[in-house]
Ligand binder design. Sequence first.
Ligand SMILES: Nc1nc2c(c(=O)[nH]1)N[C@H]1C(S)=C(S)[C@@H](COP(=O)(O)OP(=O)(O)OC[C@H]3O[C@@H](n4cnc5c(=O)[nH]c(N)nc54)[C@H](O)[C@@H]3O)O[C@H]1N2
Ligand SMILES: Nc1nc2c(c(=O)[nH]1)N[C@H]1C(S)=C(S)[C@@H](COP(=O)(O)OP(=O)(O)OC[C@H]3O[C@@H](n4cnc5c(=O)[nH]c(N)nc54)[C@H](O)[C@@H]3O)O[C@H]1N2
Ligand code: SF4
Ligand SMILES: [Mo]
Length: 678
Amino acid sequence: MPEIRHSVCALDCPDACSLLVQVEEGRGTKLKGNPAHPVTRGFLCGKVTRYLEREYSPDRLLHPLKRAGAKGEGKFTRISWDEALDTIAARLKRVAQEWGPEAVLPYSYAGSMGLLNASGMDRRFFHRIGASRLDRTICASAGAAGLTQTQGYRYGVAPEDFVHSRLIIAWGANVLTTNVHLWPFIVEARRAGAKFIVIDPHRNKTAQTADQHQFINPGSDKALALGMMHVLFRDGLEDADYLSRYATGVEELRDLAREYTPERVAVWTGINPDTIIELAREYANTRPAVIRLNYGVQRNPNGGTAVQAITMLPVITGAWRELGGGMQLSTSQAFTLDRPALEMPELQQRSALGREARLVNMSRLGHALTELDSPPVKALVVYCSNPGAVAPDQVRVQAGLAREDLFTVVLEQFQTDTADYADIVLPSTTFLEHTDLYTAYGHYHLQLARPALPAPGETKSNVEVFQLLARRMGLEDSCLYESEDQMVRTLLASGHPHLEGITLERLDAEHSVRLRLPDPFLPFAEGGFGGPDGKARLEPAGLAYVPAPESRFGTEKGTYPLELITPKAHDAMNSTFSYQDELDAETSVVWLHAADAAARGIGSGDAVRLFNGRGEVRARAMVDGMTAPGVAAMPAVRWPKRSENRAGVNTLITDRLTDLGGGATFYSCLIQVERCAE
Ligand SMILES: Nc1nc2c(c(=O)[nH]1)N[C@H]1C(S)=C(S)[C@@H](COP(=O)(O)OP(=O)(O)OC[C@H]3O[C@@H](n4cnc5c(=O)[nH]c(N)nc54)[C@H](O)[C@@H]3O)O[C@H]1N2
Ligand SMILES: Nc1nc2c(c(=O)[nH]1)N[C@H]1C(S)=C(S)[C@@H](COP(=O)(O)OP(=O)(O)OC[C@H]3O[C@@H](n4cnc5c(=O)[nH]c(N)nc54)[C@H](O)[C@@H]3O)O[C@H]1N2
Ligand code: SF4
Ligand SMILES: [Mo]
């Protein structure tokens, strides 16, 4: 009889699915979505349905390796864990002695969302040695800053409550691809009569199913939000009572919005003035109305304030009053775990540095590796991320990784581009093989996973690796050797009411527990925002719309007239699955508008080169109405090493940062496209 074990999908996805793993004779034979979980509801996305192929892939890294060829060449020989750990410990010590501990840079993101493995023992280890701190900005920091600026808290409408909505706007949110467990709730709402509108420069899978898809020029969402506000205030569609009780800065915002006439906004957004008026009226008059905002909106220089402005809309109309009304960008802040007690930043005081270490922005890794001094980065330790593929300014990232004097350690499951540049590669467990605790950014259920499958070969979890390294470096602090269970207990002990009654024992028994939130959860129905007296902040400082230089309305247009966005590929998880041939095909196409293609003599299927001042990328053209004129889209993220000249799409992307939150601006990029030889 097959045994069924519980797990949690650790991938960087708002859904954080509850998994059932079918195990026969110690081997996983099937993965299913847990039917008892209120958001997973018995199904998984396509990529994780097939995750056991990854689990048992012949390409899985199973042993520690040391570099045997040039950096980037990908030649390695097998070594023992002892040799690997001794080499790393000795080198980190030497770097710290010669250059100061800040010459060590950890680099990680959300390859796993597990708290212990991605932001637990690793943080303690690096804090204790005084390494540089990493500002983790590559995905969501602009949106988080914008959202927090207006709302104060990163809460949103629960996915289960979307069924009550009668107008759902997916704004820069490709729900069917990146957040598929929201979809059944949207379907249910639509059956009950809800209208579904998509605002997106790309006619993605979600847009194709919408009642209305509105193309918008990349990076112009703040202008659209201001244009909608213009109409709301002009036509008296604001909820004056809600605003007077629960918001500050209303009059200044009203003044600013007055300047954003639909005619003016139409020029930037490419949306007809009548459509803007209709959208604003429909949004105010249909109740409950919910905006599913996602991170596509904030990957441009106006991204943080775009989110800030969009977040003001449900405050202005009082949409938060009703169940199924309001907005969802993230639910993450409701998980009020004791993160400082897990990460222990105070350990920095006990390091050789003796103070808080410098902060290095991960979205500017190329700069950090090639230009940073006092001290320069001399040792890089990468885990849960593949910056050689996913980081902007790829040419400089590669140049940095290729530095002979840089010592690079990569903890990985697969031989990524980044691993190709490593001096030492350490084989990592997958989420099916280690213990971890999971929050979510698209629902309110906290989950614990225990190993469902044995760790193959000599793979180890990040928690164990950082403990082993601490031991080799002679660090004696007991917190570096704490058990996983103790770390979970520490996280749960924040004393916050949302965690009341949630214990390790209960998580072990139930696997998934809903946070203790009021039921129904109407987070801002009566204020409760983060501003003074629980008010939302509508002060418009910094909200005026100025097109980014790298946009079609900016100053850099000319030689590079097309605006490129690189949104998520349907079967991908950033670069995690990009060793697969099918995915390689899916991520090497570029969608062009028919007029742009015709003007360049390009037809569907032609080989093309995409280029700008930073470099050149090859792709295959698809000409099929998927983008507005002037906009090109290339799904991300291909492994650069599978491309011509190792030039992945991020070769084209600048390391300019967003206006708030210091985020990466992946979806703000001007290029030219030409046909080229096969
Ligand atoms: N299948 C799949 N799922 C994923 C991922 C994946 O790689 N593949 N990645 C995961 C990660 S890391 C994240 S952060 C989430 C992200 O989830 P989403 O934010 O939903 O995904 P994106 O593709 O980044 O952007 C969403 C949409 O925004 C559009 N967009 C781009 N620029 C603009 C703009 O300026 N304005 C507007 N209105 N729309 C714009 C894109 O065309 C895209 O359709 O998805 C997660 N889930
Ligand atoms: N052009 C372009 N670039 C982008 C984006 C885009 O849309 N367009 N999206 C951006 C966004 S939103 C994000 S979030 C980033 C994502 O960038 P990354 O965080 O680098 O995500 P992945 O590319 O999925 O790589 C994660 C790696 O972690 C490894 N991993 C998984 N679990 C574990 C573990 O438990 N231990 C260890 N040691 N390793 C593990 C996986 O094998 C995988 O290689 O990419 C960004 N880059
Ligand atoms: S990637 Fe997202 S949708 Fe797919 S199984 Fe994981 S959490 Fe669920
Ligand atoms: Mo992301």
